[in-house]
Design a protein around this ligand. Structure first.
Ligand code: F6P
Length: 547
């Protein structure tokens, strides 16, 4: 079903007028006028609490944004996705990542097949394998138990498990290490395998297509590393498994079908962390904890499916992003987890959001006349406060931020957790309310410093709180953002599930490789800049000098 441009809807027109009317109102004023603002603009569901009161909104803004969601039929599109309609229109594919965590016994039919039964079948095989590895039943070629798992994959085939293994470090088997190789830069492989024994190492080659240049190159390197380290070609069978949708390419690589864990074309790479792509996560935390993570995803799915927009966390988050992106012309959103184990969460969300909604044509193939996906970035607090928060507080750009925190500490140094959370709350407060010249003068600040010390405030934040960082809350959080991205994509009338834009660079790189390595001087047919760069690189390649 092709949607309709949001800008043509009456809610959009009303929002534009409303924005003009309230854009200069300060959060100080909005809070002063409404003593119950914090209660009014907060929502709870699926284990998460969202305080969105420190946004530049009124009750009217929320009403109009929810009207926009209704006019754009976010709920209808959501239900179409869940029913298995082929809403990824450019690839003619269904989008069924919600089936990855559907409860056993649910039926979701696609082309005559119950996809939930297929998912359960793969999960059972993954769990059996994960237990064998964790319990030391699965032995390497030399009879040693596996102590190191190296995941080879890129993009959606690494960001999820890498983020999750770090985030859930406290729940992982501490006798094992989990490493990730993604970049075709050989330094990545070298560092990941530094000091580990091939006899104790399992490689999981993750690639939906099993053709991705980086992954296939690293997998071939890993194969050589195992064969030379263990002195036998047959060792590959005990040290490699694959996660893919492409059984033929997996077999061609030499991994037997029973060592392949499948998924399906209806799972996008960036929506795949709870599919077989999560095998490393499952080995790290165990099948039971992996199930808890899936339950966390599922709780948010159910909330998304059943809650009206006014209280629907992912919809609210998505609509607020639209509000700043399209009406305040904010270009970016910062995501700051106040939890060091979530250090890769911003990177994970970058792919999720920017690969999904970084598009310039609507679903009918015509260029959009409105802004689409914002730039997503972030770092854990409090570190971020001491690097780029200066710009957030006093710079000239409006940067809405999500601040994510947990009520219970993971660390036993629990006094420190209070300090951490105090900083989260303080930053949200400072960003919203700032400090005026009058307040500074009353505090005795030297007059000459006052202009420099004024912090204007009126910088919006969402504060997202969960009880504790654990598998379930991680599932809650990831699904929150998945459905927020979906909501935004529907408003902007995009196919959020393709990624054609990344193809051109891949094709050009394949063309340039032989031009860098050819013995004879190649005839270069690029633009002047690219030709000159290639020529310079060729002259210095391997010389040991720096460019
Ligand atoms: O380059 C983009 C992309 O296609 C992502 O969408 C995907 O997650 C990643 O590459 C890896 O692809 P594959 O899993 O097929 O190796």
């Amino acid at each position: 079903m092709i949607g309709k441009p949001a800008t043509g809807s009456s809610a959009w027109t009303a929002l534009a007028l409303h924005h003009a009317a309230i854009k200069d109102r300060h959060l100080r004023q909005l809070f002063a006028e409404d003593p119950v603002r914090a209660e009014k603009f907060s929502a709870e569901g699926a284990g998460l609490f969202l305080d969105y009161s420190k946004n530049r909104i009124t009750g009217e803004t929320v009403r109009l944004l929810c009207d926009l969601a209704r006019e754009q039929d976010v709920a209808g599109q959501r239900d179409a996705m869940f029913r298995g309609e082929k809403i990824n229109t450019t690839e003619r594919r269904a989008v069924l990542h919600m089936a990855l965590r559907a409860p056993r016994g649910t039926r979701i039919m696609l082309d005559g097949q119950d996809v939930v039964a297929e998912v359960q079948g793969v999960l059972e095989r993954m769990a059996a394998f994960a237990r064998e590895v964790r319990e030391g039943i699965w032995k390497g070629h030399a009879g040693k138990r596996i102590r190191h798992v190296v995941n080879i994959g890129i993009g959606g085939s690494t960001l999820g498990p890498e983020m999750a293994c770090l985030a859930l470090g406290a729940f992982t088997d501490r006798s094992m290490t989990f490493r990730f190789v993604s970049n075709v830069d050989g330094a990545n492989f070298t560092a990941a395998t530094e000091g580990i024994d091939p006899a104790e190492t399992l490689f999981i080659v993750c690639s939906k297509t099993f053709t991705t240049l980086e992954t296939m190159t690293n997998a071939a390197t890993a194969r050589r590393w195992i064969v030379s380290g263990l002195g036998a070609e047959v060792a590959v069978a005990r040290h490699f498994v694959a996660v893919s949708t492409n059984a033929m390419e997996v077999a061609a690589f030499g991994i037997e079908p029973q060592r392949m864990f499948g998924f399906w074309d209806w799972v996008g790479g960036r929506y795949s962390m709870d599919s077989a792509i999560g095998l490393a996560t499952m080995i790290a935390i165990g099948p039971e904890r992996f199930d808890e993570m899936r339950a966390g995803f599922r709780a948010m799915d159910e909330h998304f499916l059943s809650t009206p927009p006014e209280r629907n966390l992912p919809m609210l988050l998505g609509l607020l992003s639209v509000w700043y992106n399209n009406f305040f012309c904010a270009e970016t959103i910062g995501i700051m987890p106040y939890a060091t184990p979530l250090s890769r969460f911003p990177a994970y969300l970058q792919q999720l959001q920017m690969e999904s909604n970084g598009k310039r044509v609507a679903r009918d193939g015509r260029p959009v006349a409105w802004q689409t996906g914002p730039i997503i970035w972030g770092e854990p607090g409090t570190d971020a406060q001491h690097s780029f928060f200066q710009l957030l507080h006093q710079g000239t750009k409006l940067v809405p931020c999500d601040l994510i925190g947990f009520c219970e500490p993971l660390s036993r140094l629990s006094g420190q957790h209070d300090l951490l959370m105090a900083n989260l709350f303080a930053q949200a407060e400072a960003l919203a309310f700032g400090k005026t010249a009058a307040e500074l003068a009353a505090e005795g600040a030297p007059a000459f410093q006052i202009p420099f010390r004024v912090t204007e405030g009126n910088r919006p934040t969402n504060v997202i709180l969960a009880e504790r960082l654990d598998p379930r809350s991680l599932g809650n959080l990831v699904a929150l953002y998945e459905h927020s991205v979906f909501t935004q994509g529907v408003i902007w009338d995009l196919d959020s599930f393709d990624q054609w834009g990344v193809e051109l660079g891949k094709v050009l790189a394949r063309r340039i490789v032989p031009e860098l390595t050819a013995e004879d001087e190649p005839e270069l047919g690029h633009d002047g800049s690219t030709n000159a760069l290639i020529a310079r690189y060729r002259r210095r390649r391997g010389s040991g000098r720096t460019c």
